[in-house]
Design a protein around this ligand. Structure first.
Ligand SMILES: O=C(CO)COP(=O)(O)O
Length: 138
């Protein structure tokens, strides 16, 4: 199971607290993150993370590319709903691709908690079927 972890600046502390709380679960999976988020998770939580570019420099798009390649199983993205982002189109594109490929997406602690506990209970095992999961079959 491959999990992406992303947070906008004002939500980074919340994500770090969340990842710390569920460190034992996250430790069992392959983790990916945008640049600054990933660096903080590595340094402050001590988990291994594959880091992409920082979000404003293309990190959201790199994670989106993994989704389009059916190579990510869950996205935890603590986005900031109260602050305009310079790379808003990239953020929107990433959220859109989650829907195109039916990738579970949690944008706050409440939904992320359900998904992370769900992984442990096997609720995302259907993701192990690696056929195309696009909603829009040609
Ligand atoms: O901007 C982001 C997501 O849109 C996050 O990027 P950083 O993790 O590099 O701060």
């Amino acid at each position: 199971m491959k999990i992406a972890l992303i947070a906008h600046d004002k939500r980074k502390r919340n994500l770090l607290n969340f990842v710390t709380a569920y460190k034992d679960i996250f430790n069992d999976y392959e983790l990916f993150a945008t640049g600054t988020t990933g660096k903080m998770i590595q340094e402050e939580v001590g988990l291994d993370v594959h880091r992409f570019q920082s979000g404003p420099l293309g990190g959201d798009q790199q994670i989106g590319a993994k989704i389009a390649a059916n190579d990510l199983d869950l996205v935890v993205f603590f986005r900031d709903p109260l602050t305009a982002q310079p790379h808003e189109p990239d953020v929107t594109a990433l959220l859109r691709l989650c829907d195109v490929y039916r990738i579970p997406l949690a944008t706050n602690e409440a939904s992320a908690e359900i998904m992370v506990r769900g992984i442990q209970s096997g609720w995302l095992d259907w993701r192990n079927v690696k056929e195309s999961t696009s909603l829009y079959d040609e």
